[in-house]
Design a protein around this ligand. Structure first.
Ligand code: BTN
Length: 344
């Protein structure tokens, strides 16, 4: 008999139902070598994932609507860059953690891992990252750099820019970047990036680049993330298969990572500043173990440091958490009914 974890079993059943057609409980049970009672239990549990399954006596089970699940062969077929080694797992605690564990045993350069379910997804600054089933893209990449960790300053900005560029090529509108690592739309969070690095100060180093992107159903995602959220539909990118989307994002990331390895952040600076969500805004920067700083945002420098015009002059910052100041926030929400503060 096959051994399944609860998440894997749920995904195995949903893969049977993904086409939106009727499937009998006994067919699914036979395919997975489980009892019909167990399949029924799993289907009951699908509601917790937000997936509605109908049961019609004599016909079996079917989904309210077909769903497109991630599949490595489809992503590979859509990708132009053949360099990635792509895996799709049903579930992981966190794709970043999974790749970090893999890096203890092998070189993960060029590996891309995407999952349908993350049970302990991680965000910046120790926060958690939650993504409801089939509403997001949740993936991590491994990339080796000849340089040391210190040379990777600005990498998360370049990743945000590459993801945005890929989405715009597919037709998305209005995506901006919030320093250091958020994709935002009208002040709402569309995606986040978590980069973790391993290696020596003098090099080589390996970056694990984790990306979470809200694809659809922002309202459900907002319940999980507890902050103002946008999805790709809000960016006018609808009905796009997530496999196709991931392939396009991976293509752009490969190009960007090659260039970043050669030239660092510098060539991306101008483009990043063009898409800066907070350019010229009055902002507050919260810093761990240091006083908050207020000033006017002046974009980023060639290393990706945030430049602020403060009462004491121009200053640059390599880390911290940025938010709009209250006065600026009132002004900006007056300009747009949808704009909401983003303090994550
Ligand atoms: C943030 O905005 O705080 C960063 C969010 C990063 C989430 C992604 S989802 C894939 C990868 N695995 C994780 O555990 N986190 C990142």
């Amino acid at each position: 008999m096959q051994q399944f974890s609860s998440a894997n079993l749920t995904l195995a059943v949903l893969r049977h139902l993904a086409d939106g057609a009727f499937h009998s409980g006994s067919d699914i049970a036979a395919a997975l070598a489980l009892s019909r009672a167990r399949i029924w239990q799993v289907i009951e549990g699908c509601a917790a994932l937000g997936v509605e399954v109908f049961r019609v006596p004599g016909r079996g089970y079917r989904l309210a609507a077909p769903i497109s699940l991630l599949a490595a062969p489809t992503i590979v077929a859509c990708a132009k860059n053949a360099g990635w080694r792509i895996s799709v797992h049903d579930a992981a605690d966190s794709t970043n953690s999974e790749l970090a564990r893999a890096a203890q045993n092998r070189d993960i350069h060029g590996e891309a891992l995407a999952v349908e379910l993350q049970t302990a997804g991680r965000g910046r600054l120790g926060r958690s990252w939650k993504s409801p089933f089939a509403c997001s893209l949740t993936f991590s990449l491994g990339w080796r750099f000849a340089q040391g960790v210190g040379a990777l300053s600005g990498l998360s900005l370049a990743v945000g820019l590459a993801v945005t560029t890929a989405l715009e090529r597919l037709g998305a509108h209005g995506i901006k970047l919030k320093w250091p690592n958020d994709l935002v739309l009208d002040g709402r969070k569309l995606g986040g990036i978590l980069i973790e690095v391993q290696g020596d100060a003098l090099g080589p180093s390996t970056a694990i680049v984790g990306v979470g992107l809200n694809v659809r159903d922002a309202a459900r995602i907002a319940q999980e993330l507890d902050l103002p959220v946008a999805d790709l539909g809000d960016a006018r990118l609808v009905e796009l298969d997530r496999n196709h989307l991931l392939a396009a994002v991976l293509d752009e990331l490969a190009t960007m990572l090659d260039r970043f390895a050669r030239d660092g952040f510098k060539p991306f600076r101008e483009e990043w500043n063009r898409r800066d969500a907070y350019r010229a805004a009055r902002v507050r920067l919260l810093r761990t173990g240091a006083a908050a700083v207020e000033g006017t945002a002046q974009g980023v420098d060639a290393e990706g440091a945030l430049v602020l015009q403060t009462a004491g002059g121009r200053a640059r910052f390599l880390s911290g958490e940025l938010s709009l100041r209250a006065a600026a926030r009132r002004a900006s929400s007056a300009g747009s009914a949808r704009a909401r503060p983003l303090e994550n």
